[in-house]
Design a protein around this ligand. Sequence first.
Ligand code: ZN
Length: 486
Amino acid sequence: MPKATRVGIYVRISKDRKGQELGIQRQEKACRELCERLGWTVLKVYPENDISASTTSRKPRPVYTEILKDARSGVIDAIVVYSIDRLTRRITELTTFLEEQKEYGFAFATTEGEDTSSASGRMILTIKGAVAQQETERMSERVNSALLQRREKGKPHAGGPRVFGFEHGSGFQRLVPEEVKLIRLGYDMLMDRKTPGEVARTWNDKGSRSSGSGTMWTLHKVKRVYRSERLGGIITYKGQVLGDSIYPHPLTKEEWENIQTVLDSRATPVAQGSGKRKHLYSGFLECANCNVSMAVQWASDKTRTFRQTRCQPGRTGADGRIGCGKVSRAYTWIEDRLNEVVEAALIARQPTITPHRFGVDLTGDISRLEERIRLLRLRWKEQKLEDEDYFDALGHLRAELQSLRAQEAAAAVAQSQTEVDALAVWRDDTMQNLERRRAIAATVIAKVEVYSIGRGRRKPPEIDSIRVIPVGQHSPAEGHTPADDR
Ligand SMILES: [Zn+2]
């Protein structure tokens, strides 16, 4: 990335709880830290008060307009924001922004590390933007605002059992130095390929006891300590990373991530399946019998370990329904089928260029112009129009039409590029790429209803033992069974 010497930092407070007044300071602080890391010089901070507008509002944002104007004219040579949802309120805005950025060549960075220098980076950003838009809309409705605000300020949730290394009742604001020493020692041991069991013994030998029960350390308890995001100063809410703690923490974020890699590489498949989402389609699968979402887990019988998806009896679904526990299926077969569906959809999208999917729909404007030209010609033919007036008007309309067609073509090219990249990203099936692949899958598949096929696995399941509901299509009517399809 080129070195920017005149950075404009754009911060925004908005109606939703993510953007309280205090949030704006954190936004600026994080942006300045990022500039320092990149060796960029900040010229100006652009704060926007957007409180009166809703997420989907089309109300203009004067400061946003100003920073874009300054970027276009070269007053600033880079724009830095805290996150994508601070920059835009709507996905179409993001697309326009990325096009402008490309056209005028200013640099752009977010503290979440987005990269817009490559086409695939921009595609990921677009997907993330879409997710963010949906998230903020949903979040603003249901989130416990006080809790979220607390975290937004960099103060993690104060409740729950004490996390080793942090002072009791301090709300993760103060450390316990002796414990931090042990955590650092354990970190070095684990990075040195020692086992969590060895760390437990060392801690016990030094007289330390676990923070929860006050009992001896075991390898599981040690692992739990290092699995906590708090250790790396990462604040989460319902599994979503919200930001970094402003208070001290025992490990740096990078160190915490290193440890996760080490623990993952040691873990058995069963352990890997616990905690974080590790399966491409978890969250997509729904029991066809009771419509409660199904869990994906590692399971084992006498001969092997395998992944399974099951309707958990008694589990409460989104609309209050209770899991029936009647459907249980091998997961791998389902994943393979869904992969085929997603890949086919991505390939099918490539030749069918729909320029208005993300950007502005110009087809209406273009046909209106074409119609006006037709009517003009008709009137001229009927001699209701002087030659000079006709050619003058025609010239204007044609120029306008040409400009619209050029815009449409540019959007089409950008769109086809995006789809090619989506396919490339999709085909990278490494673990690091899982979340991106889930985001791409979510552009194709809304949900999957899973039917029971009974016990035993003598023959592979029928293809209609799952029902894929594509994005943009409603769920089939109540009482539908796979037999109806035959
Ligand atoms: Zn069920």
